[in-house]
Design a binder for this molecule. Sequence first.
Ligand code: HEC
Length: 152
Amino acid sequence: MKALLGIIPAMAVMALALPAAAAPDGATIYGRCAACHTKTGAGVPGAFPPLGADFRALAAKADGRRFLSLAVVRGLSGPMTVEGKAYRGVMPAQMLDDASTAAVLNHIGTQITKTGPAFKPFNTKEVEGHRSSGASLSAADVAKLHAQVGGK
Ligand code: HEC
């Protein structure tokens, strides 16, 4: 019994330590984006758009930030123009939770994009709001949003 009582506080300490240890790592998650957008975010012209100036310009505006979250959460399909080049591709929804979505967008905004306005980090709560307000949107709807929010 005495030994058991000693274990309980140790388990409580482990449970408290877990969330920090399990915080999503944007750089690791970016590995899956890099399969298409490339490691540097330069993309492949005409096939996979760059994550660059357009990303940072969108991240500087409320409706642009919603587009960026929804691109990851709902996916994209259909025509869009990024940095003056036309794309008509499909990006599958990325099946990431809110914290992981924020983490990967923040990795891109701070480590991948090099030009554009100062980057304001996403947080879990913000992505949660974007996800719920965009829950009925298809990947094609999200691609249409791009031009509506000033993406170019
Ligand atoms: C299977 C390939 C693929 C993967 C994996 C992928 N994307 Fe995409 N992504 C695309 C394509 C294709 C488009 C353009 C879609 C279109 O033409 O409608 C795109 C567009 C985007 C855009 C819009 C860019 C802009 O300037 O408006 C963002 C943002 C984006 N992707 C982020 C991500 C992130 C973040 C990840 C990883 C979590 C990711 N993508 C993973 C293929 C991919």
